[in-house]
Design a protein around this ligand. Sequence first.
Ligand code: HGY
Ligand code: MN
Ligand code: MN
Length: 417
Amino acid sequence: MQTTHTSAETVMERCAILGGYSEEPDRLTRRYGSNPMRQVNDAVAGWMRAAGMRVSRDAIGNVIGRYEADRPDGRTLLLGSHLDTVRDAGAYDGPLGVMVALASIEQLHARGARLPFALEIYGFADEEGLRYHSGYLGSSVVAGTFDAATLRATDADGVALGDAIRGFGGDPVALPGARRASGDLLGYIEVHIEQGPVLEAKGLPVGVVSAIQGQSRCAVTFTGEAGHAGTVPMTLRHDALCAASEFALVVEGLARAQPGLVATIGQFAVGPDASNVIPGRVVLSLDVRHADDKVRSAACEQLHEGALAIGAARGVACDWQWRGETLSVRCDAHLSELLSRAVAATGGPILELASGAGHDAASLAVIVPIAMLFVRCARGISHNPAESVDVADVAIAIAVLDQLLVLLATEEGGNPA
Ligand code: HGY
Ligand code: MN
Ligand code: MN
C-alpha cells in the first residue's frame, strides 16, 4: 500500500512522463487534438484503469475515469484538471491536478474502499486555448456553455475546430450530449499549482482558492500598407507594426494605471515578415483580467476605442475580434470550508487566496459548486519550463484531498473505510 509520500513520488514521475509528450522536440507544447494529446490521454486512461476506474471519452475528447460509489444511488464528485499545455510549458500546469486526484483514488482502490458517492476524474482536452484561442474548450462542453460557432474557428494551418474534433476521435454533433446535468453532482474539486508567488512567500505548501478572476481574450489585427523599406518616406507610411506597437504601450499604460488590472499581448505576428518590407499587417492577441468584471469590461472597451483611434491616426485599419470571456467566479463557501478543514486536519495553517489564472473550475462553476486547492510552485513560475513543485508539497496536497473525501463521505452518510 502506497503512503502519501510514495504516491507523491508517483505523481511526480507521471507528470514527468506526460511532460515528455510534446509536439516540439526541444520544448513542451501540447495543443488540443495533437498526437501528443492522444498519447497523454492513452497514458492517463491506462493509469485510471489500473486504479479500478472505468474510462470513457466524451465528444470533445476529454478523458474521464469513474470510480463507483458503494451504493447505486450515490451522487458523483468531479475532480481533475486539463492535459493540454501552453507553448514551451512546464510539466505541472494541468497534469498535476489530474495525477493528484488519481493518487487519492488509487489509495481507495488499494484498500478496496468505496465512498457513498462516485468519483470522476476529468482530464480536459483543452483549457489553454493555444490552438484555437478560445480557452476551456474541454470544460465548456461539460458545462454546456460551448459556443457552436467556435466549430468554424480555424487554427494557424486553417483547420476548423469541427474537423480537429473529428480528427481527435470526437464528434462535433454530439457535443451537447457531453454536458453534465447538475442534479447528481456533488461538486468539482481541482488541485492546481498556484502559478504565483504567494504560498512561497508565506512559506505554505497549499492554499484554498477563494475566487478565480475573469478574463477577456481578443485578437486585434492592424492592416496598413506593405512597402519598400528604402523608398517610402516616413511621412507616407502606413506601418502596421508601428500602430500595433503604439497600441501595445497603451495596453501596458492602462493596466499599470488601474489597480488589479492585468493586460497581456502574448502573440504578435508581423507580416509579411521581411527585413526590407514595411509591415503591412500585424495580428496580436490581447488578454485582459481583473477580479471585478465591470472594471475588466470597461478596460476592454477603452482599449478597443484606443486601437481604433491609433489606426485612424495612422491610416491603418483595425479589426477587433472578441475571442471569449469568462466571468469572475467565487468558489463555493461550503466546499471551500470543508477543504480548509481538510488542510487543518493535515496540520497546515489555512490561507485563502484568489486566483489570477483561469481554471476549468471557473468554467464548471456554471453547473456545480467548485473548490480549488493551490500547491506552492517555485518562485511562482508557470507557463515556463522552469515550473516546479516539491514532492513534499504534493504529498500534502494528496493528504488534504484524502481528508476532504473523508469529510464529504461523512456528510453523505458514509463511514469511509
Ligand atoms: O491563462 C490562464 O489563466 C490559464 O493558464 N489558462
Ligand atoms: Mn492550468
Ligand atoms: Mn495554464
